[in-house]
Design a binder for this molecule. Structure first.
Ligand code: DON
Length: 333
């Protein structure tokens, strides 16, 4: 989609991050700029998501020194949905290591929809990457735990450490998605038929559905993103959640496939790893600098939050976050 960034000058990413007051000013500008957009529609394939307020918009920046900058509906709760995939992948990488994650789950973009069954067939049953449903289910299957309940608790605790507070599941979202997730059950069973999942596939879908139903707000997302920006240490609690190596690996996957089939366009315009979810959440990570979390439930055709993307594009340019935007070492213009 068109990110409405014409005229917003690209600041280089190689300098120091802006001051607190400058971040607050740019946050307000990005918020006002994105607020002018009302394109897109709220997701409805999970029935309860269609009840979201299309006007809701919250934008939050958490910096790696523990500062929080927020505007709008940053306290409104919503289900984390696919954004959970990034953090469960990080937890699994921590448990099984770089090589096995690469081999079992994969890191290449499928170029197909996030819930594609065809992608599995085209790749001999390989799930391809952890940001599509097949790869996310294969990833959740690898979460340590003897039983599905133990795995679920490991996921809930792990994501809570990223957020810096105790996260809870939204029971209504879980019920709604559990009644309608036939496609995910089909995907898990197909993966099991290729011996890509070693646990009961329907148990895996249940843990995955729970993880997608965790309730968060834009501040939680910013804190979770800032933990990935800070080499795996939550900048508010000071607690290490995953290693710096795992952080690096997770961000590489997000850069390649965090925004579905639109990941290339996102990287071209914004130049940062990110992950979106169908409830309208979006995280963006500027390594060593900030995490951005937003909530705006109107989605574009690829399933990404319209206002979230526009606000993030604004911040990436104005704050000099795009990791590809260097200045010359010898010239200071
Ligand atoms: O499995 C699903 O379809 C939802 N729980 C999550 C979908 C979503 O956010 C987009 N996924 N990449």
């Amino acid at each position: 989609m068109e990110l409405d960034v014409a005229g917003i000058e690209q600041a280089v990413a190689t300098g120091a991050p802006p001051s607190d007051s400058r971040i607050n000013a740019l946050l307000a500008e990005a918020f006002a700029h994105a607020s002018k957009h009302s394109e897109g529609t709220v997701a409805h394939y999970i029935p309860i998501l269609s009840r979201a307020d299309p006007e809701a918009f919250g934008l939050c920046i958490a910096d790696v020194s523990g500062g929080l900058h927020e505007l709008g509906d940053t306290r409104r709760q919503f289900s984390i949905q696919s954004i959970s995939k990034a953090f469960v992948f990080a937890l699994v990488c921590e448990a099984i290591g770089h090589e096995r994650a690469l081999e079992i789950v994969g890191v290449n973009n499928t170029g197909l929809a996030f819930n594609s069954v065809v992608a599995i067939e085209l790749n001999d049953g390989h799930p391809m990457n952890p940001m599509v449903n097949a790869g996310a289910l294969a990833t959740t299957a690898l979460v340590p735990g003897r039983t599905a309940d133990e795995q679920w608790e490991a996921v809930r605790e792990g994501l809570s450490l990223f957020a810096g507070r105790d996260l809870r599941m939204d029971d209504e979202v879980y019920e709604s998605e559990s009644h309608t997730n036939l496609r995910n059950r089909a995907i898990a069973q197909l993966l099991a038929s290729y011996d890509r999942i070693e646990r009961d596939p329907l148990d895996v879908v249940d843990v995955y559905t729970r993880q997608c139903s965790l309730s968060v707000d834009a501040r939680d997302l910013a804190a979770m993103a800032a933990t990935l920006a800070d080499g795996g240490v939550n900048p508010v609690t000071g607690e290490r959640v995953v290693s710096a190596t795992v952080c690096r690996d997770t961000l590489a996957v997000l850069a390649a496939s965090g925004l579905y089939e639109a990941s290339g366009e996102w990287l071209f315009d914004i130049g940062l790893p990110g992950k979106s979810g169908v409830s309208g959440g979006l995280i963006t990570v500027a390594p060593g600098k900030v995490g951005i979390g937003s909530y705006a439930p109107r989605l574009d055709l690829a399933g990404n939050s319209v206002q979230g993307q526009i606000a993030t594009a604004y911040l990436s340019r104005a704050m000099g976050l795009n990791i590809f935007a260097s200045g010359s070492h010898f010239r200071s213009e």
